[in-house]
Design a protein around this ligand. Structure first.
Ligand code: NZQ
Ligand code: ZN
Length: 383
């Protein structure tokens, strides 16, 4: 196991009715900027609950943080927060809203150009923030990551800082009831791939992390098998908690991590606007076929422990990739380009070019994916 230092300070309030606690979670003398996306929270009753819970607080509202939050939109929120002297950010929404709010919180406390935060400068502070999660997928509600898009340059950029850990995250699974099936499927797949990025690497002596990763993979796999029960409270609870645990930092401590599927996937979203989770299921099977020599032992283990496959060696590892594709396909997720709406015969070369331009290569847990191997992965995925 590698050395690590881990402290996740986000208080989780889980369960129905927990939005009512917001009044006690945010200091009474705060001036709160409530951030959200499009209209969903105004239609599903979440906004009314937030407004009621914060009746004693001074609040202002910033609407319109897009899926794949745009840098220019977030700068407008920073301006509003400054104008209105806000000293607490409450993000009410999905991964995009929470990621965007982390950027706003860091930018408000940053003395230089906000864009520096997305090009390597580490924030030294951030305005405190909390969140009410409305879509189970990213784990952003209790992690250090934020991904921001810049339409003008076709970039999707990330930063990570302990200063943007939310102070609290309200996880009320009943708010997931208004999600369309597409978003439930996306969330399930995103969480599944988050675990894979921390599990499908070189085997190490990390039985606790490995074992818990398998519990999460099995839970998500089971939810997919029982997709017809997706409107049951018990199903939504399990999705919300497993997606949180998949990327709250815990299973990744002390282990070798990959994230190549995510890096390549981000380029597909930046260029074609494909949903984040769908980029992952598009890229991952091809990436696993290419890196099978490096990942064979873990693929074999995943095949046996998650998909219940028998056999051994390379044949079992290949069987795992076939099972993984079938798992995604059964949920209606793409596993190659023709499963998507993207019509670009030069797609593979455009994505390869973007990876080079954004200095993403080499990729993979051991830097084994160079330009040549990335080209093979993309040729395979872009069938
Ligand atoms: O804008 P509104 O009207 O609210 O609609 C949203 C949005 O269109 C809708 N929605 C959210 N909650 C709802 C709801 N509709 C009905 N009922 C509800 N309760 O859902 C749509 C999709 O939102 P989006 O933000 O795309 O979803 P997600 O949570 O999957 O977030 C994806 C973003 O997170 C980033 C991705 O790159 C992408 O930008 N990621 C963040 C990570 C992190 N912070 O650790 C890790 C991930 O790997 C990922 O990169
Ligand atoms: Zn993801």
């Amino acid at each position: 196991m590698r050395n690590f230092s881990y402290c996740n300070p986000t208080r989780i309030l889980f369960g129905a009715g927990q939005i009512a606690s917001l009044g006690q979670l945010i200091p009474a003398d705060s001036r709160v900027l409530v951030t959200h996306g499009g209209g969903s929270i105004l239609q599903n009753g979440v906004w009314q609950q937030v407004e009621q819970a914060l009746a004693g607080h001074r609040i202002s509202r910033f609407a319109g943080i897009e899926a794949n939050p745009q840098y220019t939109t977030l700068l407008r929120a920073v301006d509003q927060a400054r104008r209105e002297h806000c000293d607490f950010i409450l993000a009410v929404g999905d991964g995009a809203v929470i990621d965007g709010s982390k950027f706003i919180a860091a930018a408000l406390a940053y003395p230089g150009e906000p864009f520096d935060l997305l090009s390597g400068s580490k924030p030294k502070a951030a305005v405190p923030m909390g969140c009410v999660l409305t879509l189970a997928a990213t784990g952003s509600e209790s992690n250090v990551n934020s991904v921001v898009s810049r339409r003008a340059t076709g970039e999707k950029l990330a930063f990570a800082s302990e200063h943007v850990y939310p102070r609290f995250a309200v996880l009320d699974p009943s708010v997931l009831a208004s999600l369309p099936d597409r978003q439930l499927v996306n969330g399930l797949a995103d969480a599944f791939v988050h675990v894979c990025e921390q599990y499908l690497t070189q085997p190490g002596q990390t039985p606790v992390q490995t074992g818990y990763a398998e519990v999460l993979l099995n839970t998500l796999h089971d939810l997919a098998q029982r997709f017809d029960m997706r409107r049951e409270p018990e199903w939504l609870e399990s999705l919300m908690w497993s997606a949180n645990q998949a990327l709250n930092g815990l299973i990744g401590q002390g282990v070798v991590q990959d994230w190549a599927t995510h890096r390549i996937g981000h380029e597909f979203t930046a260029r074609y606007g494909l949903d984040h989770a769908r980029t992952l299921t598009l890229v991952q099977p091809a990436l696993l076929r290419e890196t099978l020599p490096e990942k064979q032992a873990r693929l074999e283990r995943m095949g046996a422990r998650v998909f219940g496959l028998t056999g051994e060696g390379e044949q079992l590892a290949r069987g795992t990739i076939v099972a993984l594709e079938a798992f995604y396909r059964a949920l209606g997720l793409p596993v190659c380009l023709r499963d998507t709406d993207i019509e670009d015969v030069d797609c593979a070369s455009h994505i390869l070019e973007a990876l080079k331009q954004h200095n993403m290569l080499p990729l993979g847990e051991s830097g084994c994916i160079d330009a040549e191997r990335a080209a093979r992965i993309l040729a395979d995925a872009c069938r």
